[in-house]
Ligand binder design. Structure first.
Ligand SMILES: O=C(O)CCC(=O)C(=O)O
Ligand SMILES: [Fe+2]
Length: 358
């Protein structure tokens, strides 16, 4: 009860939404968390217009040349119209995905006192960080989630609790990076560029990879709160897995669609640097995380980006081919991330694109 009362008075004193939600006195959403999420704008998942595209990764890696070309051909439309798909037969073992979710669960289950050891500043490029909401100092509405972020590439860092975390996240980071690089190669080809074009231009040998765990406890009034409001991700592509609970919504044709897909699929969304590099041809999809009143949802997002010192601009080859001038100004990736996370953009427009229009 004390925690709830305190949250109502001084939101910046909340230690975790997990503790707050577990408080038996909590049967409504404290006003600091009240968020209007427009339920009317949701898509009907049974409408064929909202059938989420699926990419069979095994046809890219071990299919016939015709099968591979067909997938690359399909990717053009998917990247233009959705900026989102579900990858199946991707080669990341189901047991590893489960072990990763369990390790995250183990971390979030630690007492708040212990998790606090992992707290740090608000720079996304820290080795790791842990917190609640997004940025307690800036947030006008608090988010119904706790999170951690760890940098897993080019140097590998790890949380040191629970004990299994390091080994599991190292293997998980490595295997998901292989999938992301395969996708990036296919996307290069889908643009009519050399297979290694994006890898080389984006200095992916030193590319940034993060492992971001989100914990969304049950919420007594899920329609009145939000896990993460609408935003786009800052990198090139993000992969995402979740436990048995849904909650991710992507924007498609002006509506919010709850992502529900084949078990063991990897959710894949294109992110801002891909939109910039393709001069707006491919879409960095707007998405958000909703909460529910039944059970805790855990999601793990694995964003992959250029190396942080890379300057990204629309690819001259594409601008020339499409006969269009560059829509975006060139910008260093690290500066872009800082601009996006400055709070000026994140909670208002959900992305930093409008800041770099040419
Ligand atoms: O929990 C989710 O499904 C979304 C997470 C997300 O968008 C993020 O961490 O950037
Ligand atoms: Fe995201």
């Amino acid at each position: 009860m004390a925690a709830v009362a305190q949250a109502l008075e001084t939101p910046s004193s909340v230690t975790s939404i997990k503790s707050l939600a577990e408080s038996s006195a909590l049967n409504s959403v404290p006003s600091a968390y009240a968020f209007n999420r427009n339920p009317n704008e949701e898509a009907d998942p049974n409408d064929p217009e909202f059938a989420i595209p699926i990419i069979d990764m095994s046809l890219l890696t071990s299919g016939t040349p015709e099968q591979r070309s067909q997938i690359i051909h399909d990717l053009v439309k998917i990247c233009q119209e959705w900026g989102f798909f579900i990858a199946i037969n991707h080669g990341v073992p189901e047991s590893l995905m489960k072990a990763m979710i369990d390790a995250c669960h183990g971390f979030f289950s630690l007492p708040d006192e212990e998790k606090k050891e992992f707290k740090s500043g608000n720079d996304v490029l820290e080795m790791f960080k842990y917190g609640t909401s997004y940025n307690l100092a800036l947030d006008k509405v608090l988010l119904w989630r706790d999170f951690f972020k760890v940098r897993t590439h080019p140097e590998f860092y790890s949380l040191y609790k629970p004990a299994t975390f390091s080994e599991v996240s190292m293997e998980f980071g490595k295997r998901t990076r292989e999938v992301a690089l395969e996708i990036i190669k296919a996307i290069s080809e889908s643009l009519g560029l050399e297979p290694n074009y994006i890898y080389e231009k984006m200095n992916m040998d030193r590319g940034l990879q993060l492992l971001a765990g989100n914990f969304y406890p049950p919420c007594p009034q899920p329609e009145q709160a939000i896990g993460i409001p609408h935003h786009t991700d800052h990198g090139l592509v993000t992969l995402l897995i979740q436990n048995e609970m849904t909650g991710l919504q992507v924007e498609h044709n002006g509506k919010w669609l709850t992502v529900n897909g084949p078990a063991n699929g990897l959710f894949v969304n294109l992110a801002d640097q891909m939109q910039i590099l393709t001069n707006g041809k491919y879409k960095s999809v707007m998405h958000r995380a909703t909460v529910n009143n039944k059970a805790t949802r855990i999601s793990i997002a694995i964003p992959h980006g250029p190396s942080v010192d890379t300057t990204i601009a629309p690819a001259p080859e594409l601008c020339e081919k499409d006969g269009k001038p560059p829509k975006y100004l060139a910008m260093n990736y690290k500066e872009y991330i800082q601009l996006q996370q400055s709070g000026k953009n994140y909670m208002k427009t959900g992305s930093a694109f409008d800041q770099i229009l040419a």
